[in-house]
Ligand binder design. Structure first.
Ligand code: CO8
Length: 259
């Protein structure tokens, strides 16, 4: 039985939690309540062994049109600094299970940053990504200058952050921001299928694959390779490795214990 939230809809389907941002009148602008509820929901999924993957989506018009400008407008520097404004969103980055963003419509500012905090993005052909903070007299604050630059390189990141322009789904796919683009009508099915597939695999292997890929952004190649090798070795201690390889040799479908 899924919890009920003010700004989220949550549905659990066969090991996959589908979380829909639900502030339609504000184009899913990300306020403090969204942050608190989303981080709390993810904590619950982290603790629930039956959840193997999480899907985060929005509406047809907007994944999220950014941080809530009406909520931020009156903030001053001292409040922002002392309150460590928006640091609570780090709870999304700390989530250890696979988190897929299914994006249609606007993913702007904090919305684009939230999508980039997910492990990968599946976009509808209607998706539009951007970091328009510059038009408001600020800059991105939740990874837009860092994750975006790592994802698409300096030229595109500078273009988006300095001009505030939006890019469409085709451009986002070309530059490596999104993993796949599908027609809007297929978006949820495609993302749910991907999430189900992942949820059917061995959770330790999935968790380590995520950890190892993420590590590539944090350290040198030789350290990253060493880290990968250690994780790889450790998976030979799991029943799921025995099952996965036996199933291949016996030409049957693997049934993982830790899924
Ligand atoms: N915050 C608050 N309300 C919003 C936001 C927002 N980011 N975006 C849209 N809304 C509201 C509008 O005010 C409007 O409300 P109302 O009907 O009461 O006036 C309603 O949503 C519908 O919006 P529009 O009428 O503007 O819809 P349009 O289809 O004409 O335009 C746009 C859609 C182009 C998306 C337009 O709404 C827009 O430009 N929105 C703002 C985009 C933006 O600048 N985002 C960046 C915000 S700053 C930021 O994200 C900082 C990130 C760092 C922290 C991250 C923490 C999460």
């Amino acid at each position: 039985m899924a919890e009920s939230y003010e700004t989220l809809l949550v549905e659990i389907r066969d090991g996959v939690a589908i979380v829909t941002l639900n502030r339609p009148k504000a184009l899913n602008a990300l306020n403090a309540t969204v942050m608190t509820e989303l981080v709390a929901a993810l904590k619950g999924f982290q603790a629930d062994a039956a959840i193997g993957a999480v899907l985060l989506t929005g509406s047809e018009k907007a994944f999220a049109a950014g941080a809530d400008i009406k909520e931020m407008q009156g903030l001053d520097f001292v409040d922002a600094y002392l309150g460590d404004f928006i640091s609570g969103w780090d709870g999304v980055g700390a989530f250890r299970k696979p988190l897929i963003a299914a994006v249609a419509g606007f993913a702007l500012g904090g919305g684009c940053e939230l999508a980039m905090m997910c492990d990968f993005i599946i976009a509808a052909d209607t998706a539009r990504f951007g970091q328009p903070e510059i038009t408001l007299g600020i800059i991105p604050g939740m990874g837009g200058t860092q994750r975006l630059t790592r994802a698409v390189g300096k030229a595109k990141a500078m273009d988006l952050c300095l001009t505030g322009r939006m890019m469409d789904a085709a451009e986002a796919e070309r530059c490596g921001l999104v993993a796949r683009v599908v027609p809007y009508e297929r978006l949820l099915d495609e993302a749910v299928e991907a999430a189900h597939k992942i949820a059917g695999f061995s959770q330790p292997a999935v968790g380590m694959a995520k950890e190892a890929v993420d590590r590539a952004f944090e350290q040198t190649l030789s350290e990253g390779l060493r880290f990968e090798r250690r994780l790889f070795h450790s998976l030979f201690a799991t029943d799921d490795q025995k099952e996965g390889m036996a199933a291949f040799i016996e030409k049957r479908r693997a049934v993982f214990k830790n899924r």
